[in-house]
Design a protein around this ligand. Structure first.
Ligand code: PMV
Length: 327
């Protein structure tokens, strides 16, 4: 008996960073799957990622008993913590598990890879033991763990991969799931530069305390952009979305989370005819998004590649995490 859980990845369209301070963010699930398979094992927790060439065995108390690959513990311990927490919650803490993770989501690039892994792990374990778990409970479990690991995350990543589709998120919960007829046509460009979201969240927190007036003024502009973007998304106004993305990017530059590499890809996309472009996620590297008309899509993608970026092929994912049991 095993359970298989699949989560999408995500891109934040508007409001990253400002969401940590209480603003709204608009976030969209994309169809890059993270697949987690859960099987019962005799004892201990065995966690394997063949894509990363990593494997590790933890005792129930969290000691490393065996490890294969570079920094397997750093990469895989968060999965152990999520699994342990989920088993404890279900009064199954004595169970052993084999957890196999498969994913093409680039790690540390702002596409929600760690949230997708955590959410799939929670959902898969619940399914294996036949426990009904609401999306809200899955989100809460993954989010509470992220709070332990990363300090003050907003939870927008966990919410997006749990619920899927396009969401408006604020202060720890989904405010609206936007029902849209045509999702925005995006090109995602990866700078290839891994960075720590926590470092940039810390930088913005410093600005919030040291320059509160300046920060509040910028955050108020970001909130207005988000509200206009919500309306534009509902009305399918791609041109307006593009110019709002450009405005949002300016604010992200003002709070110091952009980078020359991101700006190189953003400028290339705009020059090739994109309606607008901005960084997505934690910034400082990682990914950018551009919104385009269909006829400009390949030109925009080509320009991003020419400027040194890698295209992340993906489309809108209407569904959040899904899991099933297999004999
Ligand atoms: O995990 P990332 O890099 O996609 O960033 C998440 C979005 C932030 O607003 C920067 C952080 C957060 O917790 O909301």
């Amino acid at each position: 008996m095993r359970a298989v859980a699949v989560s999408p990845a995500k891109v934040i369209l508007f409001g990253e960073h400002f969401v940590v301070g209480g603003n709204t963010a608009l976030s969209m699930a994309i169809d890059l799957p993270t697949i987690v398979t859960i099987e019962e094992a005799e004892k201990n927790a065995h966690i394997i990622s063949n894509d990363l060439g990593l494997g590790i065995t933890f005792s129930p108390q969290g000691e490393v008993l065996e490890s294969v690959g570079l920094n397997a513990e750093g990469t895989l311990r968060p999965i152990f913590e999520v699994a342990k927490h989920t088993l404890d919650q279900m009064d199954q803490s004595r169970r052993g598990l084999k957890i196999t993770v498969r994913s093409n989501v680039p790690i540390g690039m702002g596409l929600g890879s760690s949230a997708a892994t955590a959410v799939s792990t929670v959902s898969g374990i619940a399914t294996l033991f036949g426990k009904e778990m609401s999306r809200e409970a899955i989100f809460e479990a993954a989010y509470s763990l992220e709070r332990i690991v990363h300090g003050h995350p907003s939870g927008v990543d966990q919410a997006t991969v749990t619920y899927g589709g396009l969401i408006a998120y604020r202060a720890g919960r989904i405010r609206a799931k936007l029902e849209i007829t045509s999702p925005p046509l995006l090109v995602i460009g990866n700078t290839g530069m891994m960075r720590s979201t926590g470092k940039f969240v810390g930088k913005v927190a410093k600005m919030r305390t040291e320059e509160p007036d300046e920060y509040s003024r910028i955050a108020a502009d970001a909130q207005r952009i988000c509200e206009r973007a919500m309306k534009a998304l509902r009305e399918g106004d791609q041109a307006l979305l593009g110019s709002l993305m450009n405005e949002n990017q300016k604010l992200l530059e003002l709070i110091g989370v952009s980078s020359p590499e991101l700006e190189g890809l953003i400028t290339a996309a705009r020059s090739a005819g994109a309606l607008g472009a901005k960084l997505t996620g934690g910034g400082g590297g990682g990914c950018m998004i551009a919104i385009t008309k269909p006829e400009y899509r390949s030109k925009v993608a080509g320009a991003i590649e020419q400027a040194g970026g890698r295209i992340v092929p993906s489309a809108f994912a209407p569904h959040g995490v899904r899991s099933s049991r297999e004999e």
